[in-house]
Design a protein. Structure first.
Length: 391
């Protein structure tokens, strides 16, 4: 691969490329992602060709930039054959220059079939894998509709550790009937298996999902707000004690092992979004463009084959929108936001009285004269904090 040590000095936050593989073996009942189940084999060569075309389209807008991160997300990208991944990464390498520290991540599910492909992904250039483990309890894996069991997940973690320089896995907590004691034991076990990064999400009930229907019919009980807060606090205490504190609301890492791709989002960098339902943010000239593509996989495929891209949105963001997005993203990070950058993006200074008011309520903290972050309490009501600062 064509690599160099370089920087996107004009783009604070760096530059990443996201590819969305929209297929899954089954739909999990809590999931509202753009993921689809197909009962016939997916024509991967045809999809790969469409990804190549859409990448070429975005390269025309962003050619010459240095790529800090590539992320293959989904859906379930580990349903891709290694050959498909290789084609996509080769296309990226042809159009852009890869930083010599480039992070190339792939989301994988821990089924045995997918784990067998790990060596092929590594040979294609993937250097970080993010495993959707979700639980270390068989009962809860069934409840979450996952196709793997704990034993298979443990084997996949081991195989991933042996294959990739970097590994993360996801767990979902605040599950039905989960007690703090049970979560603490599970989290300690996860930390003993983890490399240097963990994503720990609390279960949320998303509209349009089977869990939403069950929840509103009273057939699914999840921990109430107080218990949710207790589980969140416990998560922070246990991960901190293990040297893996949160660097973002739901993401934990040893210092230096933060997911570079997600940092591009949260530091409000630039990213190309390719594939069905992918979103992008691109600085082109004086504009910051918001792009998105057709969500339905086969409709996207046909659009790309006809037009060279599946974009359905390509609009310049106003200064105010950019300021709001920077707040929304940056305040998720423990490192917080740069008030001078906020001013440059939004074209206005942040109201000092509002900051002082939120500080007096324990919601935000000043790091220094120009940096601000949400407090731990502020993290739990982040949307309200952002709305307050942005108003
Ligand atoms: S595997 Fe992931 S993307 Fe696919 S349905 Fe389950 S949660 Fe959603």
């Amino acid at each position: 691969m064509n690599q160099t040590s370089g920087h996107n000095s004009a783009i604070p936050g760096g530059f990443g490329i996201y590819l969305h593989w929209p297929f899954c073996a089954a739909k999990c009942p809590y999931c509202d992602f753009n993921s689809h189940v197909r009962h016939q084999p997916v024509d991967q060569a045809r999809f790969a060709a469409a990804f190549e075309r859409e990448l070429a389209h975005f390269a025309e807008l962003t050619g010459g930039r240095v790529v800090n991160s590539v992320f293959l997300g989904g859906g379930t990208p580990s349903l891709m054959e290694p050959r498909t991944v290789e084609r996509l990464l080769n296309a990226i390498s042809r159009h852009w220059t890869l930083d010599d520290q480039v992070e190339i991540s792939l989301e994988a599910n821990p089924s045995s079939v997918e784990a067998e492909r790990f060596r092929g992904y590594r040979a294609a250039g993937v250097n970080r894998v993010s495993l959707g483990v979700q639980s270390l309890q068989d009962r809860d894996l069934k409840l979450l509709g996952r196709l793997h069991d704990v034993e298979t997940a443990l084997r996949a973690i081991e195989m991933a550790r042996d294959t990739f320089p970097r590994l993360s896995f996801d767990l979902i907590y605040a599950r039905p009937d989960q007690t703090p004691e049970a979560w603490e034991a599970e989290l300690n076990r996860a930390l003993s298996l983890a490399a240097d990064h963990l994503s720990l999400y609390s279960l949320t009930i998303e509209e349009g999902t089977p869990f939403h229907t069950l929840y509103h019919a009273g057939k699914l009980k999840i921990p109430d707000q107080d218990m949710g807060a207790e589980l969140y606090e416990l998560t922070q205490a246990v991960t901190e004690a293990h040297g893996m504190p949160a660097y973002e609301v739901s993401n934990h890492a040893r210092p230096g092992a933060e997911c570079r791709h997600n940092l591009v989002y949260w530091r409000y960098g630039d990213y190309v979004g390719v594939g069905p339902g992918a979103h992008g943010r691109l600085t082109v000239g004086v504009n910051k463009l918001a792009t998105s593509t057709e969500r339905h996989p086969e409709t996207w495929l046909e659009a790309v084959e006809t037009n060279g891209h599946g974009m359905i949105e390509n609009v310049g963001l106003t200064c105010e929108e950019q300021g709001d997005e920077y707040l929304l993203m940056g305040l998720r990070l423990v490192e917080g936001i740069d008030l001078e950058r906020y001013e440059k993006l939004s074209g206005r200074e942040m109201d000092e009285n509002k900051i002082d008011d939120l500080i007096s309520h324990g919601m935000v903290e000043r790091i220094d004269a120009t940096h601000l972050r949400a407090s731990r309490e502020g993290f739990s009501v982040l949307d309200a904090v952002v709305a307050d600062l942005a108003s």
